[in-house]
Design a protein. Structure first.
Ligand SMILES: [Zn+2]
Length: 291
């Protein structure tokens, strides 16, 4: 079966305006009072403002064992994230078991694919890349996970890798940078578009080399809030643990402080928080038989 990227772009973004309308069933009925009218106008204004706030996407790579606690931290605050795992590492030392991953999915989080064994994909033959991406997705689907989203290990890919990710049935593939950084990427956009400009290369914020503090993390969001608009601020977390020598790890203290703040901002309708797969939406495609 020949697949085109076009077939894999199911766009079903719900218009915020129609949602606002549904939430005001009384609007427009006969005999409504002036104050009810004013209240509904205020609600409409609030909804319109809400529609323009940035959407924060919380993603976690590598399926390390600590992600079970991170998922609970999100759930307790009513937030949902996207957890990218290597199916070949599930149940191995330091990684999530299948049961733990199921517990994460049951809490409403999204499970995404991250290849079988976490290689530098662009350095592999295409047949190997295909196996790493498609067999991983196949394995996760077989375990019962609705896998729509993919993340490139190390953010590494070639043009062939991007095409393979889409042909394996993923609706998005996430990188590890491409959004604004105050030091090395000042001219990069502050937010990713909705839907992303390139579904096979969803851009993310990069904190590598920056102090991974709640304050640094917050600044990526407040910059987007100042800019206005509905764009995506995509965060990539690795291990949530105290290890200053691991430049990808985030300490639980800083992580929790950041997540508390995210929950507060969401409650105040100053941001939205979504799973990356829900931005594009659409069905969960099977892996084509010839892949
Ligand atoms: Zn990774």
């Amino acid at each position: 079966m020949r697949l085109t990227v076009k077939r894999l772009v199911p766009l079903c973004l719900v218009a915020a305006a129609s949602v606002a309308g549904l939430q005001n069933p009384a609007a427009g009925t006969a005999g409504e009072s002036v104050s009810a009218h004013a209240a509904s106008a205020q609600t409409a204004q609030r909804e319109a403002r809400a529609a323009r706030v940035p959407t924060v996407i919380l993603t976690f790579d590598d399926g390390t064992a600590d992600h079970l606690a991170a998922a609970r931290t999100l759930r307790k605050r009513g937030l949902k994230g996207t957890f990218y795992v290597n199916s070949g590492r599930l149940g191995t030392s330091g990684h999530l078991s299948v049961a733990a991953l199921r517990a994460i999915a049951r809490e409403g989080h999204e499970i995404g694919g991250h290849t079988l064994t976490h290689p530098y994909l662009s350095e592999e033959f295409e047949a190997v890349q295909q196996r790493e991406i498609c067999d991983d997705r196949r394995a996760l689907l077989k375990l019962g996970f609705a896998v729509r989203s993919f993340a490139y290990p190390f953010g590494d890919y070639s043009d062939a890798t991007k095409l393979l990710a889409m042909r394996c049935g993923y609706t998005t593939a996430r990188g590890i940078n491409g959004l604004h950084r105050p030091d090395s990427c000042r001219s990069c956009p502050v937010t990713e578009k909705i839907p992303p400009a390139d579904l096979a290369d969803v851009r993310a914020t990069s904190q590598t080399g920056l102090p991974r503090t709640a304050r640094t993390l917050r600044e990526f969001v407040t910059r987007a809030q100042r800019q206005g608009g509905r764009g995506l601020v995509v965060f990539v977390f690795h291990e949530i643990k105290d290890n200053p020598r691991d430049r990808y790890a985030t300490s639980p203290k800083e992580f929790n402080a950041f997540i508390d703040w995210v929950a507060k901002e969401r409650k105040a309708k100053k941001i939205d928080v979504k799973r990356l797969g829900d931005i594009v939406g659409g069905r969960v495609w099977p892996v084509p038989e010839d892949m």
